[in-house]
Design a protein. Sequence first.
Length: 378
Amino acid sequence: MTPIRSNAIVIGAGFIGSSIAVHLRWRGLSVRLLERDRIGDGTSSRGGGWVTAQSRQPNSHLALALASLNYWPDFLERLGDDCGYIRCGSLVLFQSEQQLQQRRLFLAEQKKVPGYDGVEFLDGTQVRDLEPQIAEHIVGGSYRKGDGQVDPARLIRGIVTAARRDGVDVHQGGHVTAIEPDGAGWRVRTPIGEFAADFVVNAAGVWSPEVASLVGMKLQVQPIAGQMCTTAPRPPFVTRVVAVQIDTRRTNRPACDVRQGYDGRIWLGTTNRPDSRDTTVTEADTRTIRTGVARVFPALEDVVIEHAWAGIRPVPTDLLPIYGGAEDKPGLYVAVPLAGICETAIAGKAMAELITTGTSGTPLDAVSPRRFTAPVAA
């Protein structure tokens, strides 16, 4: 069978894959975007919607988040859809003075990352001046006005719509079963046909390790399932995206986070189930979310949940995203996020630059997939 050729194939039509595809098209390449199921059925449409830098670890991930935040407005303008984006600021809450002091130490490390402008520390009274519904036991908070939120379902629709409009060939049901060398490029087999290209990008999210294994690569990526809920639209309740401070290195601990979207719905989350692809909505998870949220926002104790869902997100085991070219496999690239929604804008731009020019304006060396195959120094 003669494969259908293009300059580039992107595997996975979630936030990251679709962003890479449209950016490659904007740089003049012919691009084919393959989705294993249906557009919007996977992880991306089930995300939390946070576009924030405040809680990123003080390393290359924070630098990537900052670059993405700076690029978001231009990215959305080119898409032609604001996707429910609001630059509303983020507020992290502390339930003890010890947490507050830990956060100050954390900030000192973050500020070593070039370009990070830090946060404003608030006492309990100032926190409630910003968000009057917050409980009295909250002793303080840290506020970063440059952070924001976006509507996940609108975002994935907006990117894929722009991709199609601008000439990307988008295929649903394109589950990849084989990737093989094809002259100077690669051949990709799927149930809907065979495709060939000079460049192939593995942006398959939680399925990226399986796709990588087709070419003998091993990616250290853990699936984490988690549940969220939304209320019906209601009058203004909370203005910022709000989270309670937790230990970010513990992937199994529920996170208490609240935001109100452009349409008035309040988003409540989030439970975490490491090493799980189970997207079952459970009464226990809903109860966990309700309990955590009610401690911080007592007025939400009996709020009616209109919708609950569970999704799966990919988490590289070293807690750094994976972006770059594969070792000893010219033309093959990997793109696995750590905070997919936040990284969406810059991941597409940086990867398209890397693929077409060999370098990117946003440095990616520290998050390259080659770190998994590099020899350990003696």
